[in-house]
Write a protein that binds this ligand. Structure first.
Ligand code: PLP
Length: 234
């Protein structure tokens, strides 16, 4: 494989890491404070294995069945698995058992089920609340106004560890989603008055991660920019 070609995984990763570093420098931030989450929906286990060999070990999946088979195929690797898709409440057991993080908690019922189903031998499940920041009917996620109450409820659940907030802003905002990211960051800093341990702003995807880093993202979720265009949607 010729890593100098721009369409190889090592070359794409290298270019992305350079862009991440530049964004951090421009914002006066430490690049070590921004985690790259590789979003591997529709991608083969072999592609994740190749990425892990390059040092990327945080893996995000949207669809449970697809994720479980890749987890089985990659069980020998020290990967950190993040569930980032919509959660049906009848699917919480596998999520609670097989993942390290869940970014898409948006209601009390799901939080309680994840807590009750988290196996006792595992550390608490890391949780972000997904916010529907642009109030779009098509998106899952909760309203900003409801965040303090759900955050307080999750604080009382011993098998969950509330880490922060996640959002997927609209795809066509003229400001590159800067305003949406800023609102999420402000919401997290307000919540930190009561829950000081919150440390995660999961925001920014292939088309807007540089803006997200400027606005304080600590975890950016990259699919297309890392793996190339996704095959047809399933
Ligand atoms: C697919 C997906 C991503 C990655 O999107 P890209 O634009 O391909 O980088 C990030 N977050 C979530 C929740 C996704 O579903």
């Amino acid at each position: 494989m010729d890593a100098t070609r721009s369409d190889t995984l090592p070359a794409r990763l290298d270019a992305l890491q350079r862009r991440i570093r530049h964004s951090c420098e421009a914002a006066g931030r430490d690049p070590a404070a921004v985690t790259l989450l590789a979003v591997s929906k529709t991608r083969q286990a072999a592609e994740i294995r190749a990425l892990a060999a390059l040092g990327v070990t945080d893996i995000g999946e949207n669809y449970l069945q697809e994720a479980l088979s890749k987890q089985d195929a990659l069980a020998d690797l020290p990967l950190t698995w993040h569930f980032i898709g919509p959660i049906q409440s009848n699917k919480t057991r596998d999520i609670a058992t097989r993942f390290d993080w869940v970014h898409s908690v948006d209601r009390d019922k799901v939080a309680r089920r994840l807590n009750d189903q988290r196996p006792g031998h595992l550390p608490p499940l890391n949780v972000c609340l997904q916010i529907n920041i642009d109030d779009e009917d098509s998106k899952s996620g909760m309203a900003l106004e409801a965040v303090p109450a759900l955050a307080a409820q999750i604080q009382a659940l011993p098998n969950l560890r509330l880490r922060g907030l996640m959002t997927i802003p609209r795809a066509d905002a003229a400001d590159g989603n800067r305003a949406a990211f800023r609102v999420l960051a402000m919401t997290l800093s307000q919540l930190r008055h009561t829950i000081a341990s919150l440390d995660t702003l999961s925001m920014g995807m292939s088309d807007d991660f540089e803006v997200a880093i400027a606005e304080g993202a600590t975890l950016i979720r990259l699919g297309t920019a890392l793996f190339g265009p996704r095959p047809a949607k399933h």
